[in-house]
Design a protein around this ligand. Structure first.
Ligand code: TNX
Length: 606
C-alpha cells in the first residue's frame, strides 16, 4: 500500500482511490478452515451446520414461527430451531448459577443488569448446587460444561421450560449472554421500561470462536475519549463477542496516559487534540486507566495499551527535551498531519540511551497498570527515521517491553527491526499489496510481513481498506477519511484473514494460516468532525465522541466481529445482511446512532 498522506485536508484525494473489486466473487474458502468447522460441529454432538434465516425473517422480532432460527450476529457455529413454544421471561424468572464461582456470578449480575431497564424486572439470582436444582422457568448459567467448549464456547438451549446456557467457565457464559440478548425482542435494549412480552424462541445453539483474538481499536490520541465513552465502546464491542480493546494511547496530537515519573507528558503532551488546544484533563489518570481496564474485564475484554513510536510522538517530543536531537522540546502539535512528522531522536548513542531510558520508564509504568499480557509499541509510519534509527527504536522497545514480562505487539512495520520470535504484529495493508504478492517486487508492506514471518511473528489482521472504521462509507459520510477508498459495510464484511496477504486469486498467502491469531476493527480519530473532507474551522464541527463512534462503528464493527468469530463456512453476505438488518431495531432501542447503510434491508422504522 501507499503511505497515507494526511498532512492537509485538501490532499485527501492525493492518495489514489482503490480500484473497485471485481465483484464479490473470489472468496476462496480454506479447506482446512471448513474441515475445522465440521470437526467443531462434531464436538458439539453432531448438531446441524448453521442455518441461516429465512428471507424476510430478519427483523421480525422474536422468531416465533417454528422452523425459523433467530438472526444472530456473529453467526453461531450451529443453530437449530427447538421446535416448541418460546420461553417467556417474567418478573418471577430466577437467574440460576450452577455451583458458580465469583466470575460466573458476575455474569449473572451483568445479565440481570442488562435485562432490568427495559423489562422492569429485577430478577432474583441464586446459586444452586446443580442444574437439576433450578426451579421451573429459570434462566440457568452453568459454567461446568465440557472442556471441549474451550474458554469462550457455549451452548444455549431454550425451550418453554427454561433457558440453559452452558460453558466451560464464566467467559463462555458471557459470550453466550450476548447471543441470548439477540434472541429477546429488540426492545430489550431500551433504557426505559417497555411492554414486552419477553420471549426467547425455542432454539439450540452450539458456538465457539474461529479466532482467539477479536479486537476493537480506539484512537484516543487525535480525539480524547472520556472514560464513559471508552466504556460505551467496550460495551458495543463486547456485544459482538469481541474480546480485546486495543487502546491507541499516544499520538502526535496527544499523550493520554499519566506516567507518574514524567508529569510533563500529560501536563504538556495532553493539552492538545487534532484541532483543539488548552486541555487540562485530556488523559487518563492511573485510576481512570484502571477503571477502563476493570470495566473491560467485567465484559471479558483484555486491554492492550499502545505506546506508539518512533513516529507519532510529537506529544512526547513536546514534553521531554532529551528525546529531541537538539535537547529542546518542540511546540505541542494540534494539527491534522500524521505520517510525516518528527520521530524520537535515535541518531547518536546519547539520544538512543535517552529514548531507551524513557521507554523503560513508560513501559514499566504501563505494564504495572495492565493485567493483560500484551503491550503494543506501535512502529507505524516513521518515514523520517533511517533504517538504523528505526532498528534502534525496535531494539530498545522490545527490551523495555520484554523486561516487563509482557508480549510485544506492534504494527506490521515493526518487523523491519529486531523483533523477538512470538511478537504479535498487526497487518494493515490492503488489496494493492495483494497484487504484489508473488511478483518480483512485493510491496514494502508485504516485504515487512515476509520478514516478520521469518522472524517468528504471529499476526492480527486488520486490512486498512476493510477494517478501518474511520474510512468513509461513501461520499455522503460526514466524518473520517478515504485514503483507502470508501469502505461500505459489504466491503468491511467480504474479506478473510487467511487471504488478506494472498494473491488476488486467494493463493500464496504470505502469512501462514497458523500464524493468524485474529482480527481487529480500528476506529482512528484523525477526522472525527463534520465536514471532514476539509480542515475544520471551528471546534463546533466536532460531535460528541460517541456520535462519531456510533456512526462509524455501526454497522461495520459487527461485520469484522463476525469474521473473527464465525466459521468461514458460514460466510455469506446475502444472509449476513439479513441478520445485520435485524440488529437495526436493537441499535435504535439502545440509542445508538448507526449508519443505515444502503444494501442492508433495515426494517422500516428502525
Ligand atoms: C494510518 S494505520 C495510521 C494512523 C491513522 C490512520 C488513518 C496506522 C498504523 N497508521 O496513524 O490514524 O491511517 O486512517
Amino acid at each position: 500500500m501507499n503511505v497515507p498522506d494526511r498532512s492537509s485536508a485538501p490532499s485527501l484525494l492525493r492518495r489514489p482511490r482503490r480500484p473497485r473489486r471485481p465483484g464479490r466473487a473470489g472468496f476462496p474458502r480454506s479447506l482446512a478452515a471448513a474441515v475445522g468447522a465440521l470437526a467443531l460441529i462434531g464436538t458439539f454432538g453432531g448438531a446441524a451446520a448453521a442455518s441461516t434465516p429465512a428471507p424476510g425473517g430478519a427483523g421480525s422480532g422474536p422468531a416465533a414461527s417454528s422452523g425459523a432460527v433467530p438472526p444472530v450476529v456473529p453467526q453461531p457455529v450451529s443453530e437449530r430451531p427447538g421446535g416448541g413454544p418460546a420461553f417467556r421471561l417474567t418478573a418471577r424468572t430466577e437467574l440460576v448459577t450452577v455451583a458458580g464461582d465469583p466470575r460466573t456470578r458476575q455474569v449473572a449480575d451483568y445479565l440481570a443488569g442488562l435485562l432490568a431497564p427495559a423489562t422492569g424486572f429485577h430478577l432474583r439470582t441464586a446459586d444452586r448446587p446443580s442444574a437439576a436444582a433450578a426451579p421451573a422457568d429459570a434462566l440457568v448459567l452453568d459454567p461446568h460444561g465440557p472442556a471441549a467448549l474451550g474458554a469462550e464456547g457455549y451452548t444455549l438451549n431454550a425451550s418453554a421450560g427454561a433457558v440453559r446456557l452452558t460453558a466451560h467457565g464464566a467467559e463462555g457464559l458471557f459470550r453466550g449472554v450476548q447471543t441470548l440478548r439477540q434472541l429477546l425482542p429488540a426492545a430489550v435494549e431500551s433504557a426505559t421500561v417497555q411492554p414486552g412480552p419477553w420471549t426467547v424462541p425455542a432454539v439450540r445453539i452450539a458456538d465457539r470462536p474461529r479466532y482467539g483474538y477479536r479486537g476493537a481499536m480506539l484512537d484516543v490520541g487525535r480525539r480524547f475519549f472520556p472514560v464513559k465513552d471508552v466504556e460505551r465502546y467496550i460495551d458495543q464491542a463486547a456485544a459482538y463477542k469481541m474480546n480485546t480493546l486495543h487502546l491507541h494511547l499516544t499520538e502526535d496530537q496527544g499523550w493520554r496516559i499519566a506516567i507518574g515519573a514524567i508529569p510533563s507528558l500529560t501536563a504538556i503532551g495532553a493539552s492538545t487534540q487534532s484541532g483543539w488546544t488548552g486541555g487540562t484533563d485530556w488523559y487518563y489518570t492511573a485510576a481512570q486507566y484502571r477503571q477502563i481496564v476493570n470495566y473491560a474485564r467485567s465484559r471479558f475484554m483484555t486491554v492492550i495499551p499502545e505506546i506508539d513510536g518512533p513516529g507519532h510522538t510529537s506529544a512526547a517530543l513536546a514534553s521531554v527535551p532529551n528525546l529531541n536531537c537538539d535537547d529542546h522540546t518542540i511546540a505541542p502539535y494540534s494539527g491534522f498531519g500524521g505520517a510525516n512528522l518528527r520521530t524520537y531522536c535515535l541518531s547518536d548513542p546519547q539520544h538512543i540511551a535517552n529514548v531507551t531510558a524513557f521507554l523503560t520508564t513508560v513501559m514499566n509504568t504501563v505494564a504495572g497498570m495492565t493485567p493483560g499480557p500484551v503491550i503494543d509499541a506501535g512502529g507505524d509510519e516513521a518515514a523520517e527515521a533511517t533504517q538504523a534509527e528505526y532498528s534502534a527504536y525496535v531494539g530498545a522497545v522490545a527490551k523495555a517491553v520484554g523486561d516487563t514480562g509482557k508480549r510485544l505487539m506492534g504494527w506490521h512495520n515493526l518487523a523491519e527491526g529486531p523483533i523477538p520470535a512470538g511478537t504479535l504484529l498487526q497487518y494493515w495493508g490492503d488489496d494493492n499489496d495483494r497484487k504484489t504478492v508473488g511478483t518480483a517486487s512485493p510491496s514494502r508492506d508485504i516485504q515487512d510481513v515476509q520478514q516478520g514471518v521469518a522472524k517468528g511473528a504471529d499476526y492480527i489482521v486488520s486490512p486498512a481498506d476493510r477494517s478501518y472504521l474511520d474510512m468513509q462509507y461513501d461520499t455522503s459520510t460526514p466524518y473520517g477519511l478515504h485514503w483507502e477508498g470508501y469502505v461500505p459495510v459489504e466491503r468491511a464484511y467480504d474479506w478473510d484473514p487467511t487471504t488478506a496477504t494472498a494473491k488476488p486469486d486467494g493463493t500464496g498467502s504470505v502469512i501462514p494460516a497458523d500464524r493468524i491469531e485474529g482480527v481487529e476493527a480500528a476506529l482512528w480519530s484523525d477526522r472525527a468532525y463534520y465536514g471532514s473532507n476539509q480542515l475544520p474551522t471551528s471546534t463546533s464541527q466536532f460531535p460528541e465522541q460517541s456520535v462519531y463512534a456510533d456512526f462509524m462503528v455501526y454497522p461495520r464493527l459487527p461485520a469484522v466481529a463476525e469474521i473473527g468469530w464465525s466459521p468461514l463456512s458460514t460466510h455469506d453476505w446475502d444472509t449476513f445482511k439479513l441478520r445485520l438488518a435485524a440488529q437495526g431495531p436493537r441499535w435504535n432501542a439502545a440509542g445508538i446512532g448507526y449508519y443505515r447503510a444502503p444494501g442492508v434491508p433495515w426494517p422500516s422504522g428502525s
